[in-house]
Each structure stands twice: as C-alpha cells, then as structure tokens.
Design a protein around this ligand. Structure first.
Ligand SMILES: [Ca+2]
Length: 321
C-alpha cells in the first residue's frame, strides 16, 4: 500500500523566511553496524568493467554497461507510472554517495561556498516534533544545526542541486539522469520492488539505512542507525553500488515532471527541458514503511534547486565516451 507522499521544498531564494511543507516523508533504514560486501541473493555478479580512467578523481566508480531498463512502477505513486522501456548508453557511476571529506576537498580547492552558507540557514528534520524546520547555521559542516558536526565518512548533506552540480563539474563528472540512476540502482534485476529483490528485509534484517518503527513517532534503529550512516555500511547492489537505497536522497540532473514518463524518449532520456524543481532518488534514513516507502528504486521525489536538507546528498556519473 503506497505510503504518504513526502515532499519539502525550501525556495530559499524566492522566500528566504518560509519553509514550504508540501507533505512530507522520508524513509530511511539503517543496517547493522558492520560493513558488508556480499552480493544480494539473486542479483547478477557486478558488471565486468573496462579499465577505469587513469585519474584519481575517478577511483571508486563502477562501469555500468548500456542496456534496457523497465523504468518505473505501476502499483505505487501515479508519477512512477507507466512502466516504460528505456535504452541507455554505458556510463560510470560513483560506488558511494559523495562524502563530507570529498566535498571538503572540493570546497578547499575551489573556494566554494554552498547555498546554505550564503542563505545562512537550511532545512533540518526535528525528531521531537516530526516536522521539517528552518535552522539558522545549518550547512554541510553542521547538517543537523549549529551544534552538530558532520563526520568525514558520511554522505554530505545540506547541499543544493546547484552545489551538487558545481561539485560534479569540478570533479570532471556530472549528476545522473533519473533513468541512469534507476538503471544503476536496480543492479541488473528487472521489475523488483527493492534493489535486492521483493522482500523489504532480505535475510530477515534491513539491508539499507531507512526508518524502522512508526514515522515520525519513533525510530527503533533496527538497522543500526537513527540518522545518517557512514557511506558503504550496507550490502552493495548487483552492480557493486552502495546506499542506492536509503541513507540520503540523491539529486539527479533532470527537472522533475510527474507526467514525464508518458512522453519521455526511449533512448537516454534527459528529463524535461525546463521546470521548477529537480528530481531526487533513493529515499533516506527518514523513509518508513508506514509513511513514504521511498526506499524503492522506482520512487521519485523533487525539490527546488536551492533546497538543502539533512537527508539529501548526491553521487556522480561520467559518460563512458
Ligand atoms: Ca535507520
């Protein structure tokens, strides 16, 4: 049964005082406090990769061979349908969500200031009230508010789409399209509800960082994490990619359009030509069974390009030619 659709948009540039809560949702799951490297049962072995480009910035990228994706889902949110066939060229994708340490290298090398730093505030989920709130002083170094501190090995958050695109350009990469992201997330499986199969708890336990318990009242932390987890703590998918489900949402390059699937091109869809919000994928540590179920590879969400949240980050891709 579909959960409540969750969405938050900050519109900081247009209305710097107001946080717009359109509904809300976030699911996240945290797994056991141990890194795992096993391939989910039933998933194909990681794709054979050509030699990676000889550039240290491209280490920890996986080669995704081109092919056909059955994109979307029919039994969840209307904007996940129709399921349609998409053909994609090969590409490289980061194995992990971009970490705080990696983002710090970019900031120091490029002298970059994020939009949250320029605006002086960002969006933080308040576990006590179960609401998203504007928090002055929240930024990528202090993602949960001024008294917090991000860990170097956790995925960077409080980065806007514009910040993520700037990082990707600096790194010689780009943000994935929604189609590339979903193709990579499914890891070679077709039509499965989750990236590892059809059961939410394969082997009887959470396989990603989402929210166990009833959102937003209580978080059992069954998966080992009440908030963000360090990158790579849960089993990789069939393509060797970590945290494609949960932990933090990931920005995609596309403008978001709920009706796009009904008219998108078959080959390498790039998203609508224009829009007001950018797409994001993968769900987060705030996604729960009772609320948004965005820990599915077909799930989509969106936010304005200047939005920053403490459950929203990104990973990058690189075209193979
Ligand atoms: Ca969790």
């Amino acid at each position: 049964m579909p959960g409540t659709y969750f969405f938050i948009s900050l519109r900081r540039a247009a209305a710097p005082i107001l946080i717009i809560l359109s509904a809300a949702a976030a699911t996240a799951c945290n797994g056991p406090e141990t890194a795992s490297t096993h391939t989910p049962s039933g998933a194909p072995a990681p794709a054979a990769s050509p030699a990676p480009p000889d550039d240290p910035r491209f280490k920890d990228m996986m080669f995704i061979p081109g092919g056909v994706l059955l994109m979307g889902a029919e039994d969840e949110m209307p904007f996940e349908a129709p399921v349609h066939e998409v053909r994609l060229d090969s590409f490289w994708i980061d194995k992990y969500e971009v970490t705080v340490a990696e983002f710090q290298r970019f900031v120091e090398a490029a002298g970059y200031r994020t939009e949250a730093e320029k605006f002086g505030w960002s969006g933080v989920f308040d576990a006590k009230t179960g609401m998203w709130t504007r928090v002055d002083g929240a930024d990528w170094r202090r993602p949960d508010g001024p008294s917090s501190k991000s860990a170097p090995d956790e995925p960077v958050t409080q980065v806007s789409w514009n910040d993520a695109a700037a990082y990707a350009k600096w790194a010689g990469k780009r943000l994935p399209t929604e189609a590339e992201w979903e193709y990579a997330a499914r890891g070679g499986l077709t039509g499965k509800r989750y990236i590892w199969g059809d059961e939410l708890r394969p082997d009887g336990r959470p396989a990603a960082n989402w929210w166990q318990g009833r959102f937003p009242a209580y978080n059992t932390g069954e998966d080992g994490y009440l908030g963000r987890a360090p990158a790579g703590k849960f089993p990789p998918n069939g393509y060797g990619l970590y945290d494609m489900t949960g932990n933090v949402w990931e920005w995609c390059s596309d403008w978001f359009d709920p009706d796009y699937y009904s008219r998108s091109p078959r080959d390498n869809p790039q998203g609508p030509d224009e829009g007001e919000e950018r797409a994001m994928r993968g769900g987060s540590w705030l996604c729960s069974e009772n609320f948004c179920t965005n820990f599915r590879p077909a799930a989509r969400s969106h936010a304005t390009p200047d939005s920053g949240l403490n459950n929203l980050g990104f990973r990058c891709v690189r075209s193979s030619r």
